[in-house]
Design a protein around this ligand. Structure first.
Ligand SMILES: [Cu+2]
Length: 185
């Protein structure tokens, strides 16, 4: 009797493989869920504290931990001892979300940059001219692969203007960049 491979015997016929886009869709959905879980765990305390107040998501920055952007009720500026966490999504496509991030002059921010989609990205942040020129010494994290998150902490204590960008070849030129809007303290 010919041995039967138990896996092959239950696998779908070769004519109907699971399409690649479905695998990607499942992966992206899983990432979104895990990112949401991380956000919830990060802001559990502040969410409870503000749960009885009108604190909708910021219009400029999308949904950030705590729902508080500079200028909103309950906003707490980041410090070197306790940086404010700002989540940034790299992709899908050659773009960052959000594309404009408000900060208060002098505050320290930890960016959590997560790649969505199959490309690998970088996240550089600093003075706009240095970021545009991909200048050596400008703060950055690189090689952020699909579903990876990397952290970068920066203090915005200079004159500005500030910007952020991805300098993987072709990405900056395609528009993978954004602005840091520095508001008065
Ligand atoms: Cu990129």
């Amino acid at each position: 009797m010919t041995p039967v491979d138990p896996v092959a015997s239950v696998a779908p016929p070769r004519s109907t493989p699971i399409p690649g886009w479905m695998i990607l869709l499942i992966a992206v959905t899983a990432l979104a869920l895990s990112t949401a879980a991380l956000a919830v765990s990060l802001v559990g305390m502040s969410s409870l504290r503000f749960s009885g107040m009108m604190s909708g998501p910021g219009m400029m920055g999308g949904s950030q931990p705590g729902g508080s952007q500079p200028g909103e009720t309950g906003f707490v500026a980041g410090t070197s001892a306790a940086p404010r966490v700002v989540q940034v999504t790299a992709g899908p496509g050659l773009a960052f979300y959000p594309s404009t991030i408000p900060v208060v002059r002098g505050e320290t921010v930890t960016f959590l940059v997560t790649t969505m989609g199959p490309s690998t990205h970088e996240f550089m942040v600093g003075p706009a001219d240095a970021v545009a020129a991909d200048a050596a010494g400008t703060a950055e994290v690189s090689d952020i692969g699909m579903m990876q998150t990397k952290a970068l902490t920066t203090t915005f204590d200079g004159p500005g203007p500030y910007a952020f960008a991805c300098h993987v070849p072709g990405h900056y030129e395609a528009g993978m960049r954004g602005a840091i809007a520095v508001l008065p303290a």
